[in-house]
Design a protein around this ligand. Structure first.
Ligand code: KG4
Ligand code: ZN
Length: 331
């Protein structure tokens, strides 16, 4: 079974080829990241135009790398949401056109579910229920997963955690995207008394990262030379966000009685986060699965894997679907 995965929900345009659910034959990505830097965030129109320009090149390159002919493809899987409308249209239209041209079935895939499923390329899929944790530029959610059914049990009420990294980096003048630079700056800090706070809600595992961003802004505004303190501010911010996500994830896993957490999304590339989550989960006997670095950011292989799983569960392929920017977690 050879699945072609197409991802274009934000600033990445990626096409991947997965064989028998485990062999990654190709995972080719073009990103418009550099074109957004001067604006301090992703500009939807630029992302969509870039996707349109590159999608066929990325597709051809993926086939070449995989040494696969179009006719060898068994299934086309494509992200149809959530994401930016313009970017999604490019991937979905390309997938549908390919489906008609090659006479191959097409499976619409939820981008968030794909972030969670990608871990089952290298690990066996759990038999029973488990928890999914999505931490990205657009989402921070905890879900209970049973087979191919996802139920959200907590999410952010304002900014996503990745978005908070990006906004704090902007306040500190560190550029975009914020996650990797904040992580690097934080490594230089030795100070441990500076604290910022994430939002808490009684009786809920929901997240809030908008207040901590304002907290950093107020702190920076009242310092004459905040530049000297950048590593310390980065450390204190990262520590607070990571601790908050780890604490709520472990508590939720215990409450829902799950023994495994599958983590996905751009922020899962953060080493401080990985280490703390593994450590705290380990203390409670909870197993954690992280994607390889190249599978933590948006990519086609996660979409191919999700398509492969849905197909194996008997989900019917269809062409009568449209992009859904605010898809949430539903299939
Ligand atoms: O999953 P992703 O590639 O795209 C979305 O679907 O949003 O995630 C991008 C987000 C950005 O906000 C970026 O700052 C964050 O992931 N990110 C990180 C790190 N690398 C990327 N956040 C914290 N630490 C990192 N090392
Ligand atoms: Zn993503």
């Amino acid at each position: 079974m050879i699945v072609l995965g197409i991802e274009s929900s934000c600033d990445e345009t990626s096409v991947a080829i997965l064989k028998d659910g485990k062999d990654v034959l190709a995972n080719v990505t073009a990103t418009s990241l550099n074109k957004h830097k001067e604006f301090g965030g992703v500009v939807p129109e630029i992302a969509a135009r870039h996707s349109l320009e590159y999608i066929d090149k990325v597709y051809t390159r993926a086939l070449d790398e995989a040494r696969v002919k179009p006719d060898d493809i068994s299934l086309i899987a494509v992200t149809y949401g959530p994401g930016l409308m313009g970017s999604l249209i490019v991937g979905v239209s390309f997938a549908k056109a390919l489906s008609v041209a090659l006479n191959k079935p097409v499976m619409p895939v939820n981008h968030l579910q794909a972030h969670i499923f990608v871990n089952f390329i290298d690990n066996p899929m759990p038999e029973g229920r488990y928890m999914g944790l999505a931490v990205s530029g657009g989402h921070t959610s905890l879900v209970i997963v049973d087979g191919i059914n996802f139920r959200e049990i907590a999410s952010t009420r304002d900014d996503a955690c990745g978005e908070a990294f990006d906004k704090v980096a902007k306040i500190l003048g560190l550029g975009y995207p914020g996650g990797p630079v904040i992580e690097r700056e934080a490594e230089k800090s030795k100070r441990r008394d500076l604290k910022f706070k994430c939002g808490q809600f009684k009786g809920s595992f929901d997240f809030s990262f908008s207040g901590i961003k304002t907290g950093v802004l107020y702190y920076v505004n009242k310092r004459a030379n905040f530049e000297d303190e950048i590593p310390d501010i980065a450390y204190a911010f990262q520590e607070s966000v990571v601790k908050d996500i780890v604490k709520k994830s472990v508590k939720a896993a215990l409450k829902y009685g799950v023994k495994l957490i599958s983590v996905g999304g751009g922020v899962s590339a953060n080493k401080y986060f990985r280490n703390m989550l593994v450590e705290k989960c380990g203390e409670e006997g909870i197993e954690v699965l992280f994607p390889k670095f190249e599978y933590s950011l948006d990519n086609g292989i996660m979409v191919a894997k999700a398509g492969d799983i849905l197909y194996s569960y008997g989900v019917k392929c269809r062409t009568g679907f449209s992009p859904v920017p605010a898809l949430g977690w539903r299939r």
